[in-house]
Design a binder for this molecule. Structure first.
Ligand SMILES: Nc1ncnc2c1ncn2[C@@H]1O[C@H](COP(=O)(O)OP(=O)(O)OP(=O)(O)O)[C@@H](O)[C@H]1O
Ligand SMILES: [Mg+2]
Length: 264
């Protein structure tokens, strides 16, 4: 069921993923509402990244369905996502080390763009115009994130907090309707964390956000709705107050201090 009266942006039903004998996800169902933040939490190994990989077509589930804006996603590929209105960040940075910050962000806007080889070779006007437009868009996102001055630097030369911003800028440049964030706060310090919370809230004015995170303060602060996974199963779903009060959630985390589990 949708967490709000609006029809959901994404709906997951009965998703099961097995890796050999291990059920990484068992009959998982959830929905993501537009213009809201849905948290996905659970101890290490609970299946959060696997679920992201299902939503983005990296992992094919053995059973179950995923619908985006009412249409079933089947056999979709990662590089089609930006065109469909879905963006993600990765656990870790996943930036291209040999490309400048600006080019990393341009790739987020146009992951297929470099394959328009014929237009490139003939130097047709449309290609050049598109290139300029993409560069302008990428630069304005870098400006929004306060990192336009390092547009031509290689990511590895920047402090970690700035690299995380580049990863987020890359996900946002395509102006997605659904943004999937896998541990965006890992490795961030207090000030960067506050910035991230503000960015997530700002994003949720125009898009649905799904947030995987171990930092509970951030999760409870920014999420409208939270889904808790444990051993591949949804054990609780509801607003932050419901999740915080649920004894099954506390039990799932026993032996896995939530803050310590962050940043892996
Ligand atoms: N490609 C794979 N092959 C085999 N097992 C896998 C694969 N990917 C994930 N797993 C296993 O599936 C389970 C779920 O892993 P997943 O990475 O989804 O957890 P997670 O909730 O993201 O954990 P974390 O909080 O540590 O990032 C784990 O037991 C993991 O070892
Ligand atoms: Mg993970």
């Amino acid at each position: 069921m949708a967490p709000t009266a609006q029809s959901p942006l994404m709906e997951v039903e009965g998703v099961t993923v097995r890796f050999g004998g291990l059920a990484a996800l068992s009959d998982v169902g959830l929905s993501i509402a537009p213009r809201s933040v849905t948290g996905l939490i659970g101890p290490n190994g609970a299946g959060k990244t696997t679920l992201f990989n299902v939503l983005t077509g990296v992992v094919r589930p053995q059973s179950g369905t995923v619908r985006f804006k009412g249409r079933q996603l089947r056999g979709h590929r990662q590089h089609h996502l930006a065109g469909m209105g879905i963006s993600r960040t990765f656990q870790g940075l996943n930036l291209f080390g040999y490309m400048s910050v600006l080019d990393n962000v341009i790739v987020g806007a146009d992951p297929l763009g470099r394959s328009r080889l014929p237009e490139m070779l003939t130097g047709l006007g449309r290609y050049q115009r598109d290139e300029r437009e993409l560069t302008d868009r990428a630069m304005s996102v870098l400006e929004e994130f306060g990192i336009a001055d390092v547009a031509h630097a290689l990511p590895a030369t920047l402090p970690y907090g700035l690299q995380k911003r580049v990863a987020l800028a890359r996900a946002l440049v395509s102006e997605p309707e659904l943004l999937l964030l896998d541990e965006p706060a890992s490795g961030l310090s207090g000030a960067d964390m506050a910035d991230l919370a503000a960015t997530i809230r700002r994003c949720s004015r125009t898009m649905g956000v799904m947030l995987v995170e171990h930092h509970m303060d951030l999760v409870m602060d920014v999420c409208d709705h939270i889904v808790v996974l444990n051993f591949g199963q949804v054990i609780c779903a509801g607003p932050p107050s419901t999740v915080q009060a649920d004894p099954a959630v506390a039990e799932a985390y026993l032996g896995t201090p939530v803050q310590e589990a962050a940043g892996d």
